[in-house]
Design a protein. Structure first.
Length: 421
């Protein structure tokens, strides 16, 4: 029976981030439990990247399964324009309670890219609703990544993901995470800036780059002084990944707008959320309907996703996830320390539940599309560990409940990869 649907996949499915002509056939997964993926041919693979960074509690969690089933028995979906339901309302309240101070309003969408799109549209229209139509410029960080829809691509700085669409993207200024560069730019063009967007502390798809928390504080001070909305893209970093509930807490800072997705619904269903301050929200209040935020999609505020996300927050507390992340960080720190002196390692870095090794390749590599990434991934999979290197950057971002023995196995495989690069 497995062969039927595997054949259907190969005949009809177009997979993401995949060159379908040259990529090996996808690995068929028939079930998952905890940190393990079970394949059609009987293998058991450690999911060391939380399936694209979403499964913070692991796969097939009984409490999340129960929350999903119970909600499905009551209400699965209803139009969210003019209607509402309990899971969405309670989740919004819970997010506002946990978020950095001042983020009181929640706008739902369906993934990280659209959470960013909503944030950009909020910032853009905020100024237009105030009568300032000349603010047509966004500021972003070099090496940042914010998604694959057009607005998100525009503010992203990883050229591999946006090069084919450059002619369709809007105007953005990119700077390194340095206060003096941001200050210079705002001094020169601040009256044109609609918003500043950044990934707090950690730039994920850009290579798991980590920058000092001081820049968060500097960026907040500089944008606040000019009344410019600061957008924190916490799609990756939210819900404990960097050792804090939100990476903004490393500042600590409170942005004007914050984007959430990925771990929000713990890998069960697509869900995005964009939080903002009352000041942003109130700029859209009017008797004039054209001043509304005209954004949405058919599944906005989906009841199933909201119910799972709400239960995920309870699991986060009950299973002491921040303590688990602190344990992951300690183990990663010990394992990475021994690699920094290895000539085959350009850098070994980590924060919270994330560890990354920058491998010194035998020949110059060409970035994301270099063969080194897929080759290292194949080597890891041959050892039954799922890693998905970003070029020559091998990283792990496992579910928080991974057992120490499994985590050491992941680290052993990461270390082995530096010998085959």
């Amino acid at each position: 029976m497995n062969q039927d649907w595997i054949a259907a996949d190969r005949a009809h499915v177009w997979h993401p981030y995949t060159q379908m002509r040259t990529a090996p056939p996808p690995i068929p997964v028939v079930r998952a439990e905890g940190v393990y993926l079970h394949t059609a041919d009987g293998r058991r693979i450690i999911d060391a990247i939380s399936s694209w960074w979403v499964n913070i509690h692991g796969h097939n969690h009984p409490r999340l399964n129960r929350a999903l089933a119970e909600q499905a028995a009551r209400l699965s979906q209803v139009i969210f324009a003019g209607f509402t339901h309990e899971p969405a309302a309670r989740l919004a309240a819970a997010l506002a309670e946990r978020a950095p101070p001042g983020l009181t309003r929640v706008f739902y969408s369906d993934d990280g890219s659209t959470a960013v799109e909503v944030a950009l549209k909020m910032a853009w229209q905020y100024w237009r609703n105030r009568g300032e139509t000349g603010r047509k410029l966004f500021v972003a960080l070099e090496g940042g990544y914010h998604g694959d829809t057009f607005g998100a691509m525009s503010v992203s700085g990883v050229e591999a993901f946006r090069a084919s669409f450059t002619d369709l993207l809007f105007e953005v200024r990119r700077i390194p995470p340095r206060a003096e560069r941001l200050a210079e730019l705002l001094e020169r063009e601040g009256d044109r800036v609609a918003g500043v967007i950044l990934e707090p502390i950690l730039q994920g798809a850009g290579g798991m780059r980590i920058y000092p928390a001081q820049f968060l504080r500097d960026a907040r001070e500089l944008t606040r002084a000019r009344g410019i909305p600061l957008i924190a893209d916490e799609v990756l970093t939210g819900f404990g990944r960097t050792g804090r509930m939100f990476a903004c807490e490393h500042g600590p800072i409170s942005p004007d707008i914050m984007c959430l997705s990925k771990a929000l619904a713990a890998g069960y269903l697509p869900l995005g959320a964009t939080l903002c301050t009352d000041a942003i929200y109130e700029a859209f209040l009017s008797e004039d309907r054209t001043r509304s935020l005209l954004h949405g999609h058919s599944y906005t505020g989906n009841a199933l996703a909201c119910a799972v996300a709400l239960e995920s927050l309870r699991v986060f507390d009950d299973e002491r996830c921040l303590e688990r992340v602190a344990s992951l960080e300690l183990l990663f720190r010990e394992r990475l320390a021994s690699l920094r002196s290895d000539r085959r390692v350009t850098d070994a870095r980590g924060v919270g539940g994330i560890a990354a090794i920058e491998v010194a390749a035998a020949r110059p590599h060409t970035g994301y599309f270099d063969e080194i990434g897929p080759r290292l991934q194949r080597e890891a999979l041959s050892r039954d560990v799922l890693l998905r290197p970003l070029g020559n950057v091998v990283y792990a971002m496992p579910p928080y409940g991974i057992a120490p023995a499994d985590l050491h196995r992941v680290c052993d495989v990461m270390e082995a990869l530096i010998h085959v690069a």
